[in-house]
Write a protein that binds this ligand. Structure first.
Ligand code: FAD
Length: 529
């Protein structure tokens, strides 16, 4: 057994025998101190899954994996790891392991597997509570909970739902809050980090701290979008709204990029009743079907090809919108509103595709695609994804240089593009976004699926293309910021943050994780003795 693990285990065992773990009898899942050893996994077969992630291109084996059964477990581990002052042990929280470049790993340290709770939801979550000060309901959830389970729980308790989402719900609360958590609702509600009221966080010193806007606010803002650098989120209090019942899902096509982005930006400026609830979009570069794995909204039985709508050889842009209904609005009322909204847009005539489906099915749409891809063996393949926040004033340059340039008719997967309003993002959080009132997410969601005789689907090809895109932005002065960032070395990170934010990031790190043991998989800091 490696030296560090031995030390760590000794430290933990010491803590257990001298201090003891604080156990709550209310939680049946919480183990006794004696079973601690069964939750610290050391065998290769047990730790190996934590060495890899959704990206599928890195492998950073930890020495151990902890399956915590309470916030106290996490605090005990972190305190012990930080106390080994001669050789502090890295500790990283891992949600669902859906990072791309090993960000949730802890090379040579301990991965805290936050989504390891099993058993019924009622053992893990409390019922939503009404808050008069917020004027709505809030729910407290464990940091490793999947958003899909949060949704199931809140729907079953008062027909409620979080209001800001990611496109895919099998991601953990702590994982998305460590980045931002964005989807087509962000233009109106802000990212998920703008929809949290309170957190419990285990800092890098092993202290369990409750924080919010009012209480320990520096830690609260540091952790949100904080890339796992300042603490491990063990509880999040999330804002809810009455869940809509149905969704009308609309897609319209554009061949003119200026009209496409003008319409997107117009729609995100609407905030009264007459607005859409979700606004996204995607770029269609590849020849052939305009379906993609994210959703098969265009029916496979009645496939739509670029050729069939007169777009052969061209890049097309699909605007994707939804309008919720069913609680206080009928389908007929929604018809009228949608008509009024669509009249304001400049898409290709007769390129509307409209369908209705239950709200939950809409939210869970990517999981359905996942199941199909899994069945074909196409889910667990390398994913060289590149996600960029692009200032609105330069989005047309990206279109010219990348969608209609570098990509050369092959994308390797869906490309999402949608704008967001910066005023819905809180400057005090750690996330980095462009310095403009409106910025776009442009997400190149590629899968490397080698096909004999077609090199454009290889990992090497797609990685090179990602590099070309970044170099293009650099050379043309498009000040993009990576979302779910991945950089090589301190200098690149410093550039990502910019001088002021970097200085604040360093100050927060020194305050909340002085031994730099947390989140080493991000490659920003190394443990200091
Ligand atoms: P992990 O990958 O396990 O962890 C991510 C980071 O957070 C790591 O640094 C980790 O150490 C840290 N971390 C994890 N848990 C905690 C915790 N409790 N406390 C503190 N730090 C923690 N993102 C979007 O914003 N919008 C989308 O629509 C979207 N769609 C996606 C679709 C798919 C199919 C996939 C694979 C990813 C998607 N993502 C999206 C990206 C997603 O937000 C990231 O993968 C994110 O890392 C969440 O994944 P996770 O919960 O598995 O976290």
């Amino acid at each position: 057994m490696a030296h560090n693990t031995m030390l760590l285990l000794l430290a933990i065992c010491g803590l257990i025998s001298t201090v003891g773990l604080t156990l709550s009898p209310a939680d049946l899942l919480r183990p006794t101190a004696a079973s601690w050893g069964t939750r610290l996994l050391l065998r290769h077969a047990e730790t190996e899954p934590a060495a890899v992630d959704f990206g599928g291109t890195t492998r950073y084996p930890p020495l151990a994996v902890l399956r915590p059964a309470s916030a106290g477990d996490v605090a005990t581990l972190v305190r012990s790891a930080a106390r080994l002052s001669s050789r502090p042990v890295p500790v990283s929280a891992r949600g669902h392991g859906h990072s791309i470049n090993g960000q949730a790993s802890a090379p040579g340290g301990v991965v805290v597997q936050m989504n390891s709770f099993v058993g019924p939801l009622r053992r893990r979550m409390a019922a939503p509570v009404y808050s008069a000060s917020v004027g709505g309901y809030l729910v407290d959830v464990w940091g490793g909970e999947l958003w899909a389970d949060v949704l199931n729980w809140t729907l079953a308790h008062g027909g409620l739902a979080p209001r800001s989402w990611t496109d895919y719900l099998h991601l953990s609360v702590g994982g998305t809050l460590s980045h931002a958590g964005i989807s087509g609702q962000a233009f109106h509600h802000g990212p998920q980090i703008s929809n949290v009221h309170e957190l419990d966080v285990v800092t890098g010193k092993g202290e369990l701290v409750t924080c919010s806007e009012e209480q320990n606010s520096e830690l609260f803002h540091a952790v949100l979008g904080g890339l796992g650098q300042f603490g491990i989120i063990t509880r999040a209090r999330i804002v809810l709204e009455p869940a809509p019942q149905m969704v009308r899902w609309i897609r319209v096509l554009y061949s003119n990029f200026t009209s496409f982005t003008r319409d997107q930006e117009h729609l995100i400026s609407l905030h009264g009743r007459l607005r859409f609830d979700y606004i996204e979009g995607f770029v269609i570069v590849d020849e052939g079907l305009i379906n993609n794995w994210r959703s098969s909204f265009f029916s496979p039985g009645n496939p739509v090809t670029i050729g069939s709508i007169g777009g052969a050889g061209r890049v097309l842009y699909c605007l994707e919108l939804t309008k919720n209904y069913g609680r206080h609005t009928t389908a007929e009322e929604v018809d009228e509103e949608i008509e009024m909204l669509l009249q304001q847009l400049d898409f290709i005539p007769a390129s509307e595709f409209i369908t209705d489906l239950p709200y939950v099915d809409f939210l869970d749409r990517v999981h359905k695609a996942e199941l199909k891809l899994r069945a074909k063996g196409l889910w667990e393949v390398p994913h060289p994804w590149l996600n960029l926040f692009v200032p609105a004033t330069r989005i047309a340059d990206l279109d010219r240089g990348v969608f209609r340039g570098i990509l050369g008719n092959k994308t390797g997967g869906p490309i999402l593009i949608y704008p967001m309003n910066k005023h819905r993002w809180d400057e005090r959080t750690s996330v980095v976004v462009p310095d403009e009132d409106i910025f776009y997410l442009v997400a190149f969601l590629r899968s490397a699926v080698p096909v004999l005789g077609d090199t454009t689907k290889s990992l090497q090809y797609l990685n090179r293309q990602n590099q070309q895109i970044l170099e293009f932005c650099d050379s043309t002065g498009i000040k993009v910021k990576q979302y779910l960032p991945s950089y090589n070395g301190r200098a690149e990170w410093e550039r990502h943050f910019g001088p002021e934010r970097w200085e604040r990031f360093l100050r927060r790190k020194a305050e909340f994780d002085p031994s730099c043991i947390l989140g080493t998989g991000q490659g920003i800091f190394r443990p200091v003795s």
